[in-house]
Design a protein around this ligand. Sequence first.
Ligand code: RIB
Ligand code: CA
Length: 343
Amino acid sequence: MTVPLIVDVDTGIDDSLALLYLLASPEAEILSIASTAGNVSVNQVAANNLAWLDLCKATDIEVTLGAQVPLVSPLMTTEETHGPRGVGYAELPVSDRSLSNRDAATAWVELVRERPGEIVGLVTGPLTNLAQAVRIDPDLPRLLKRLVLMGGAFQHPGNTTPTSEWNIAVDPEAASEVFAAFSGLPEARLPIVCPLDITETIEMLPHHIARLAERAGSTSREIISEADASDIRSTASNAVVRHLSDAVRFYMKFHRDHDQGFLAHMHDPFAAAVALNPAIATLRTATVDIELNGTLTRGTTVADWRGMWGRPLNAAIASTTDPEAFFDDLIERIGAMAARLYP
Ligand code: RIB
Ligand code: CA
């Protein structure tokens, strides 16, 4: 069954993997890719989106430019996590394709109005564009078939402050407005939230890249080594494998340098997989709100699991999954696409 998608990203390394996963998925009908400032500037995010689409020969997919800055907070970016251009060590050819004439929020609103009840919205970055779209059309939550977002941390440490996760921390007001707007939907249409609690259990290791390179029929056995110097670049014969490998190597070094091991957490590709098939995760409903005023806790997602606030539900929080089944699926899809594109 085809899944029409609006994909809103702050392309970074794991957003890149999410885009590759969706481009490799025959059931994914990507209607539009919205660029949001986050990991890097919105202009760089948009350039990364165009570059990955060019590499995957998907140049018919619209890329829109979103907000330059969050609703209230000053913009913070994290080049130390994703590299100066947001794609690690990858040196993607710069696209000569133009961005869409409409901005991200307008694309959100126009698309859901064109196809009411059909579209799955996937957000793997800050929620700025979606919040702006809901301000334009408050009916948007009911016009979407479902929202899936990567964000938050509940019974799990934050990665941006001790209690907050990056996508929410960059724009807490946007997150607060989005969770409020999506309150009270039928349970089967509540936003699916993929927090650090689950995404940090999905750890890409070098052997996963080696398996993907092999599935792609790439000549040299692609081994990312912890010993790789920072000027090492992939020699894989397959262009998708080469650029993906260079992106992920940077991310694995970042995780190692932050005492998490030589690995890469699959935050965004997991959310993308959930958008195509929510059944890969168990979901727990809750009412979620965002701390906006705490001096120590601003940007923290708080889940009321037991109805203590007496407020309607607004989240189905992904709680468990099978990481190795996820990797088998991701490797097969992206590896097969890479082999198809660059035989
Ligand atoms: O906290 C992880 C999330 O923040 C991921 O989406 C990553 O790409 C960054 O946007
Ligand atoms: Ca992201």
